[in-house]
Design a protein around this ligand. Structure first.
Ligand code: HEM
Ligand SMILES: N[C@@H](CC(=O)c1ccccc1NC=O)C(=O)O
Length: 286
């Protein structure tokens, strides 16, 4: 083929598969028939921006699915004293969190006027009812038994969340790992009621203060602590971007889920997963 022609058309090679009547194709493997028929706008007359709204949420839910998969695995690996593979999982978790946070910029292109055309069709539905979001919160240790009842209408989601409520979180598993490694983790933290939210413990701050005063003596533990701080930091970045996008689209309106809206969301920024890892910062360097 002439050089000029190559600039405008790439010849398909002989060996390239073209007939998928009896072979598995890309779309078959990825179940794209199901995936791409799952965007069903409700607005009437149809609103151009509803597809953006749906896809933003669906992609978020897909990434949350992977996040849960990785967090569960990291938690299990910690329980098996496999620190390095657990850290590998957490590295991936952090990239997923970045993607989730970055994608807020797409939805931020939705103006208040555009959203107002879609909003009535959302009725009482709200992200507050995202089961996977609650699963991530529970896995990270922000337990809240009241959240389980929100899923009474969906037995699979309710049972999954209830199971996580009763299981140790990633942080609980980390503390058990520390204890097995000889760190003086207060015993009441190792056998507590897992359904309760984790509360700051000064004895554990002392343990981390020793780690942070001599990082080179405790490198793997120190590295894991900092990975967990990254995870919490990233989670808060997501919450903050959500708050900002909500503020610019609905202002001070109450939420479709029945909450006060931005004031309710702002209070989530006070929630912490790993309180001792923040408390220890005040102690470092005296
Ligand atoms: C225009 C876009 C959005 C608006 C105006 C909005 C608004 C709100 C409001 C007002 C709430 C409080 C609960 C309520 O009363 O409804 C909420 C909660 C929530 N939203 Fe959104 N949201 C938007 C987009 C998203 C997206 C893209 C996600 C991604 C999955 C999401 C996930 C959540 C979650 C997980 C909660 C619960 C947060 C918590 O309990 O702290 N939202 N949203
Ligand atoms: N709570 C939002 C509605 C909303 O954003 C929403 C509705 C249905 C499915 C996902 C949603 N996203 C996050 O809350 C509102 O009050 O406008």
């Amino acid at each position: 083929m002439a050089t000029d022609e190559r600039r405008v058309k790439r010849e398909l090679e002989e060996g390239i598969e073209r007939d998928f009547t009896r072979k598995m194709s890309y779309g078959d493997y990825l179940r794209l028939d199901t995936l791409l028929s799952s965007q069903q706008p409700l607005s009437d007359p149809p609103q151009h921006d509803e597809l953006l709204f749906i896809i933003q949420h669906q992609t978020s839910e897909l990434w949350l699915k992977l996040l849960i998969h990785e967090l569960r695995s990291a938690r299990k690996l910690l329980g098996e004293d496999e620190l390095a593979p657990a850290l590998k999982r957490l590295a991936r978790v952090k990239h997923i969190q970045h993607t989730l946070t970055d994608q807020w910029s797409v939805l931020a292109t939705l103006t208040p006027s555009e959203y107002a055309e879609i909003r009535p069709f959302l009725a009482t539905s709200s992200g507050f009812q995202s089961a996977q979001y609650r699963e991530v919160e529970f896995l990270l240790g922000n337990k809240n038994a009241d959240m389980v009842a929100v899923f009474s209408h969906d037995e699979t989601a309710r049972a999954e969340l209830d199971a996580l409520l009763h299981e140790p979180s990633l942080y609980d598993e980390f503390l058990a790992y520390l204890s097995r490694r000889g760190y003086a983790v207060p015993s009441h933290l190792l056998d507590r009621d897992w359904t309760q939210p984790y509360r700051l413990d000064q004895g554990l701050v002392d343990v981390f203060a020793a780690v942070y005063s001599e990082p080179h003596e405790h490198w793997g533990v120190y590295e894991t602590c900092e990975e967990l701080v990254d995870l919490e930091d990233n989670f808060q970045q997501w919450r903050f971007r959500h708050l900002q996008v909500v503020q610019r689209t609905i202002g001070q309106k109450t939420g479709t889920g029945g909450s006060s809206g931005v004031d309710f969301l702002r209070r989530a920024l006070d929630l912490t997963f790993f309180p001792e890892l923040y408390e220890v910062r005040t102690r470092v360097g005296g």
